[in-house]
Structure formats: structure tokens, C-alpha cells
Design a protein around this ligand. Structure first.
Ligand code: ATP
Ligand code: GLN
Length: 146
């Protein structure tokens, strides 16, 4: 029963055609990250202002006041980027390259399988739904015509 055993090990990762790369980053590094992604043909990106705490604990950016007050949460930006499987590693590498300072608080990246992508305008699903005109796939096929 190798399949069942695989699903019960902590390193089990469901295979998927698409993944969401969810990166929690320093707000002041986000424009650098987005322009890096845009240059490599990543055009579909969603960002939100979020607040959180991790090892940084809030101490660096907290105002004077109680440890139990809201300011133990540090302002971060969450980037959500859905890409096809073959684009995952290069996007993660680019985010690290542009976001890393080496100090505590650089953030974290979560990788989440995505079961479908549906374009509202056309109703397209799957590969057609995920594909961006002029995006990464187009850049690659134009650079290496068959
Ligand atoms: P259309 O061709 O109909 O314009 P589109 O694929 O370009 O469709 P938009 O309607 O421009 O999609 O996208 C709406 C929003 O969805 C974007 O502003 C962005 O926040 C988000 N988004 C789109 N694609 C992605 C993606 N691949 N990853 C993360 N967010 C995305
Ligand atoms: N995978 C899409 C493409 O290559 C790009 C996805 C994105 O920009 N997030 O067209």
C-alpha cells in the first residue's frame, strides 16, 4: 500500500498543475520583488497588507507600549502568485533574490497546490485560465520558437 503510506508521511505533497506561491514579505521590498517578477514575465500577482508575528516578534517595529497590544504584530505584505508547476522554482528564487536582507523578519514563502484557475471574463479553465497573454510562457516560446 505504497500510496497510503506516501500520504501519511510529512513530506507528502499533492501533485498539481498549478501552485500558489504565497510570500509574506517586508513592505518596503515589495516593489523590488514585483519589478523582478514582471521582468521574468510574471504578470498575475495579488497583494494584501497584512500583519503578523514570527521570530521578529514585533519588537523591532513596535511602538512604545504594552506587549499585549496590537503593535506586537509587524506590518507585512502578502504576495499571492499562481503559476504553472514548471515556473514555481524560478519564481521562488526571484522572490528570495529580491526580498532577502539576511536579517530576522525577511519573511516566509508558502507553496500551495491549486486545483483549477477560472478566468471570469471567458470562463476558461485550467491551462487556458492560468495563461497570461504576453506572460512567462509567451516570453519563453518567443525566445525559443519551434
Ligand atoms: P482578463 O484577460 O480577463 O483580463 P486576467 O487573467 O488578465 O483576465 P485579471 O482580470 O486582470 O485577469 O485579474 C484580476 C486580478 O486577479 C488581478 O488584479 C490579480 O489581483 C489577480 N490575478 C490574476 N492572475 C493572477 C495570478 N496568476 N496569480 C495571482 N493573482 C492573479
Ligand atoms: N503561467 C502564466 C504564464 O506563463 C503566468 C502566471 C502569472 O503571471 N502569475 O503565462
Amino acid at each position: 500500500l505504497p500510496v497510503i503510506r506516501a500520504q501519511n508521511t510529512p513530506d507528502y505533497m499533492p501533485d498539481s498543475k498549478f501552485y500558489k506561491i504565497e510570500a509574506i514579505l517586508r513592505p518596503w521590498r515589495v516593489s523590488q520583488v514585483s519589478s523582478g517578477l514582471l521582468k521574468m514575465g510574471i504578470r498575475g500577482v495579488t497583494i494584501s497588507d497584512v500583519r503578523g508575528f514570527g521570530a521578529q516578534g514585533g519588537s523591532k517595529e513596535r511602538h512604545a507600549g504594552s506587549e499585549f497590544s496590537e503593535d506586537m504584530f509587524v506590518a507585512k505584505v502578502k504576495l499571492e502568485i499562481v503559476v504553472s508547476k514548471d515556473q514555481v522554482e524560478e519564481v521562488i528564487d526571484k522572490i528570495i533574490e529580491e526580498a532577502r536582507t539576511g536579517e530576522i523578519g525577511d519573511g516566509k514563502i508558502f507553496l500551495v497546490p491549486v486545483s483549477d484557475v477560472i478566468r471570469v471574463r471567458t470562463g476558461e479553465r485550467g491551462e487556458k485560465g492560468e495563461r497570461m497573454t504576453g506572460g512567462r510562457s509567451d516570453m519563453i516560446s518567443t525566445a525559443n520558437p519551434v
